[in-house]
Ligand binder design. Structure first.
Ligand code: UTP
Length: 409
């Protein structure tokens, strides 16, 4: 059977016969898609069990609060971390494959420009400058792996080329693409884009482990003798990419994963929170948290489930390898997305019209019995750029960043 006939058969089998005008490119797309998995995900979208039903198996987690440990102990952790960095056993990975839909920036999010202390810089430059400062401080060049998406990869690479890698040695920066999943409409049909092709979206930041393995990144890390990798987001101006305290803590506690958190500013803040489910650390997204957990406070008035995940995660190479061989669960988001209808007309929906399937990096936490949780501080660790205006916008992040720098100097 030729490819075209095979594609037709698949469309029929999986009830996707709204796709009619097959061409070579479309056929290749169809043959690559795992429709069996898509069908299961669609079924799940309509039947997933709310966390609420499992609340009896959920308990709070304890984070280590640096304000409550002695100065000597803290210095000891930092020294352990610094020694590892100096030995060249540390690398960083930037998750830059997101679509940045809320920011409405035309281009990869890392290319977004800001004026910080009167200097115009992109988000990528801010991160590379942190690596350059570590290079000076520890006399070592840290490898930097950048996860892009099939959609934004070329633009990201040419941005670095154009900017001469911001003065960082080019051979220490490697790009790799993450995977994608098709978008499904509410009836389970794949969405078609304005070019008549199947519409894909990146498969979430949890796709990083699989993509690292697939693209030879784990092998590259091993060749370079890397033991620890900090994986951070592209859009938090305050993220400590070279987090020697978190690293020292992970080494001391003998764990394979460590995460830096902050306390949620109110029960309504749109961040995921940490808890334990069946004894393993888990993050519950703000969209999924039951009311009972959201508003629970302890005897001192502190939120019981306030420890927030801010995408500051440290992984041992063994943890990355393990996660790369496991199928992390897909979460289902309902989104608004432009598409071409069966009459060939492009429709701009006014309401959510499709399902997007995303894996989350924090779902790897449960692969281990214990992870280290370090409580950071909002004003030192978390200045995200999510929205164009208002909360978590370029304006709020810039203010926090400039205040942090002023305090440090
Ligand atoms: P968010 O989940 O906040 O998504 O990403 P986003 O792309 O920045 O913004 P919206 O939701 O579309 O408005 C958190 C981090 O994870 C990365 C992002 O680039 C960001 O650094 N990410 C997200 C990926 O690398 N891949 C993905 O598929 C999703």
């Amino acid at each position: 059977m030729n490819k075209m006939d095979r594609a037709r058969e698949i469309l029929k089998k999986y009830n996707q016969t709204h796709i009619k005008n097959l061409n070579e490119e479309l056929v290749e797309q169809i043959l690559k898609i795992d429709f069996e998995q898509l069908q299961e995900l669609y079924a799940e979208a309509n039947s997933s069990e709310p966390i609420e039903n499992d609340i009896k198996n959920i308990e709070p987690v304890k984070a280590i609060n640096p304000d409550k440990i002695s100065k000597e102990e803290l210095e000891n952790y930092i020294k352990m971390g610094e020694d590892k960095v100096r030995e060249g056993r540390y690398a960083v990975a930037i998750m830059a494959g997101g679509q940045g839909t809320r920011l409405s920036h035309n281009g990869p999010k890392g290319t977004f420009m800001l004026t910080l202390n009167s200097e115009e810089k992109s988000l990528f430059q801010v991160i590379v400058e942190k690596l350059k400062s570590a290079q000076k401080q520890y006399n070592v060049t840290l490898p930097c792996y950048i996860m892009t998406s099939p959609e934004n990869n070329d633009e990201t690479v040419s941005f670095f080329e154009k900017n001469n890698y911001f003065g960082y040695p080019k051979e220490y920066i490697k790009f790799f693409k993450q995977e994608e999943q098709p978008l499904l409409d509410k009836q389970g049909k794949v969405l078609i884009d304005e070019n008549g092709l199947i519409k894909f979206a990146s498969d979430g930041n949890g796709g990083i482990f699989f993509s690292m393995a697939k693209n030879g990144i784990i092998n590259d890390m091993k060749k370079r003798n890397i033991e620890w990798v900090f994986i951070g987001s592209v859009d938090n101006l305050l993220v400590k990419y070279v987090d020697t305290l978190l690293l020292g803590l992970a080494i001391e506690k003998n764990v394979k994963i460590a995460t830096r958190t902050i306390i949620k500013n109110s029960p309504y803040e749109r961040v995921g929170v940490l808890c334990k489910r069946n004894g393993k650390v888990k993050v519950i997204e703000y969209t999924e948290i039951p009311k009972k957990m959201r508003f629970a406070v302890d005897e001192t008035g502190e939120m019981v489930y306030g420890e927030s995940h801010i995408m500051c995660n440290l992984f041992n190479i063994e943890a990355i390898e393990k996660a790369s061989t496991k199928e992390l669960k897909y979460h289902i988001a309902v989104k608004k997305s432009k598409y071409m209808n069966e009459e060939g007309k492009v429709v701009e929906p006014t309401e959510e019209n499709c399902y997007k399937f995303e894996k989350f990096i924090f779902d790897s936490f449960c692969l281990f019995d214990e992870i280290a949780i370090l409580r950071g501080k909002r004003e030192e660790d978390f200045a995200p750029i999510k929205n164009e205006k208002g909360i978590d916008s370029p304006e709020t992040a810039k203010k926090m960043y400039e205040e942090y720098i002023a305090k440090k100097v």
